[in-house]
Write a protein that binds this ligand. Structure first.
Ligand SMILES: [Zn+2]
Length: 464
């Protein structure tokens, strides 16, 4: 496969780049485990309607099988289970899984290849965390694991009203357009997937009209996007007092970053369709997605998720994913937190999977203050400020934050003062708040937007 990160791709002409994208898709399809995908798709089509006692029984069986596989094939677990006298065959309840100590990111890095299953598929693909915090953690997946994941992504696309093969557009972290290109077509057509791929690295006020026109012309049924990229376009429309005019659009599916209520609202308003959000941990230990009624369901047929309450309505996520037998992770402590919902709540979609209020995203992305506050979601301070396009909060010292903003010239001093005032309400009076106007806010290597960047050291472990 020729990556769009490669020099060969970057230096190829436009039409060759489109051929490369299509070729990659065809190769991916040829290598995919199609029967596994069909089988999983059929099975989870049924399991989404199971009653709690039924999906819990299914989870217990899946957890036992996975742990038994780990005991037999994975050196790390073979030793651990032998030392601690753990025998999955004895488990009668999901809680029994807690015999296994939780697994942290550091444990995974330290265990290295001892976490890989012996005798598994020879064809494995390596992924890695983006490396924004500390050391990158490698993760291995085989074809079955990729097909398993795909089945769940496809199921949510169906909830959103999309049917396989229909036109879709993609606005995520793929560098389909070389950075050096500044104008012209800021997208590439992937004909093998009937998909228009737009660059999230070229979003600037002067390109807004071109992006919207390209989308309206292609007229996709579904948009698969990073929330930050989509809200950028939605705010551009708002600023120009326009709405999106594509007629086929049925749904927008966001993932990979935290979607705030404010962003969801402005996207839904300007694009005139439902916004579905998907959370999938990189480590593939849990998945949470919104249904037709906008509720975040824990995908109970994807993995077994434990929520460890923090006492303030939020909970840490510890997950055991069922899909990856090449590198099974049991009770992995994910970096993400959720806000718990009322356990008695029953969603009107009819699915009885647990519901959480929202996914808060990574624990590291928080602002700390001298008076001990720990603030995660800051989107409220930016809501309803016209002419403000994007904002990012950067903290380098405990008593100071910088708010970097991209705004039109009409966003004047008075608006800046309003912004500082709101930030002060959240952060208190002991923090100096500075506004810094910038032309553009850089994305991470994966094209992600980070609303909060903290460069404070955390127990000797610095990030960014
Ligand atoms: Zn629902």
């Amino acid at each position: 496969m020729i990556s769009s990160h490669s020099t060969l791709y970057r230096q190829s002409p436009f039409y060759v780049q489109e051929e490369i994208l299509a070729l990659n898709s065809r190769l991916r399809a040829a290598l995919s485990a199609r029967s596994k995908l069909r089988h999983t798709a059929a099975s989870i089509e049924r399991s989404q309607w199971l009653a709690p006692a039924q999906w819990q029984a299914l989870q217990l069986e899946s957890v036992r099988q996975l742990a038994e596989h780990a005991r037999q094939r994975v050196p790390y677990y073979r030793e651990l289970f032998a030392q601690a006298g753990i025998d999955p065959a004895r488990w009668r309840h999901l809680e029994d899984l807690r015999e296994i100590p939780e697994l942290t990111r550091q444990d995974v890095i330290a265990a290295g290849p001892r976490l890989l299953a012996e005798g598994g598929s020879w064809l494995r693909f390596k992924g890695s965390t983006s490396g924004t915090t500390g050391q990158a953690m490698p993760g291995w997946r085989d074809r079955d694991a990729i097909a398993f994941e795909q089945a769940f992504v496809d199921r949510q696309a169906q909830w959103a009203g999309y049917r396989h093969g229909e036109r879709r557009a993609w606005l995520r972290g793929d560098p389909v357009v070389p950075m050096a290109q500044s104008g012209g077509h800021l997208w590439r057509m992937n004909r093998a997937d009937n998909m228009l791929m737009l660059s999230s690295f070229h979003l600037k006020p002067e390109n807004g009209a071109a992006y919207i026109e390209a989308l309206e012309r292609f007229d996709p049924v579904m948009l698969q996007v990073y929330p930050s990229s989509m809200s950028y376009l939605a705010r551009w429309l708002e600023d120009h007092d326009r709405v999106y005019r594509g007629r086929a659009l049925r749904c927008i599916v966001t993932s990979s970053e935290t979607l705030s209520d404010v962003d969801r609202q402005v996207i839904a308003e300007r694009f005139g369709c439902g916004v579905f959000d998907w959370y999938g941990a990189f480590e593939r230990v849990a998945a949470i997605g919104t249904c037709e009624h906008g509720r975040y369901h824990v995908m109970e047929d994807y993995g077994y998720a434990e929520f460890e309450p923090n006492g303030d309505g939020t909970a840490n996520l510890i997950g055991t994913g069922f899909g990856n037998r090449s590198m099974p992770l049991l009770r992995y402590r994910a970096d993400d937190r959720v806000v718990l919902a009322d356990p008695a709540f029953e969603c009107s979609c009819g699915r009885r999977f647990r519901v959480v209020e929202r996914v808060l995203g990574r624990v590291d992305d928080a602002i700390r203050t001298p008076d001990g506050r720990h603030v995660v979601m800051l989107d409220w301070i930016f809501s309803g400020l016209p002419r403000l396009i994007e904002a990012q909060v950067v903290q380098e010292r405990l008593d100071e934050v910088r708010i970097r903003i991209v705004a039109t010239p009409e966003f004047g001093l008075r608006a800046e003062e309003a912004l500082v005032q709101r930030a002060r309400e959240r952060l208190g009076t002991q923090v100096v708040i500075r506004i810094e106007r910038v032309a553009q806010i850089a994305r991470t290597r994966n094209g992600k937007f980070r609303q909060i960047i903290s460069r404070l050291s955390k127990s000797g472990d610095s990030n960014v």
